[in-house]
Design a protein around this ligand. Sequence first.
Ligand SMILES: Cc1cc2nc3c(=O)[nH]c(=O)nc-3n(C[C@H](O)[C@H](O)[C@H](O)COP(=O)(O)O)c2cc1C
Length: 192
Amino acid sequence: MIIKILGIYGSPRKGGNTDMLLDSFLAGCAEVGADVRRLYLRELDFGPCAGCEGCSATGECVMYDGMKGVYPLLADSVGIVLASPIFFYGVTAQAKAFIDRMQPLYVRKYVLGKKGLNPGKRKGFFISAGATGGERLFDGACLTMKYFYDALDAGYAGDILHRGVEGKGGVADVEGALNKAFEKGKWFAALA
Ligand SMILES: Cc1cc2nc3c(=O)[nH]c(=O)nc-3n(C[C@H](O)[C@H](O)[C@H](O)COP(=O)(O)O)c2cc1C
């Protein structure tokens, strides 16, 4: 069976640190035979959740934008990996808006008691980088990611978190960082 893995690019900065890490990670997935798809949030035409409760009766989002094509893509992926830098101790606005659009899936699971996308089989992974070095730098983002993957019925398989990385492409100067991401991608594809 070919494993389908979706990589979600959450940084507004094209070719930046989390883009590079995710590129390497997905190259690792592909190396072991996974079918890799890529979603660039900076290019996706979508808005933030309106909080309208339009999904509360059906578990379907009533907003008509680029997300319409994304829900089936998520459902079809056994492995999902989201990359986002730390912006003010959380994920980027693009990534957070995307995560908030998982509310219909949350409703399906916890309000309507319907079956999720593919319970027990999907795996999630998080990639992040931040400029500073504080111990709790990734706490907020990791908590958000945990609940993102819960809504998707995906187990949180792990993360790659780089402190002290600021300038565009700086992660390439961190010894072994891109190679480790490649190897982790191979591991993730085998796990998923
Ligand atoms: C709006 C904004 C907010 C940021 N907030 C933080 C922060 O709270 N903590 C931190 O360590 N770095 C912060 N950074 C730095 C980025 O996380 C860092 O430059 C990262 O490597 C960017 O990743 P990218 O190249 O994938 O976009 C911020 C950068 C921007 C532009």
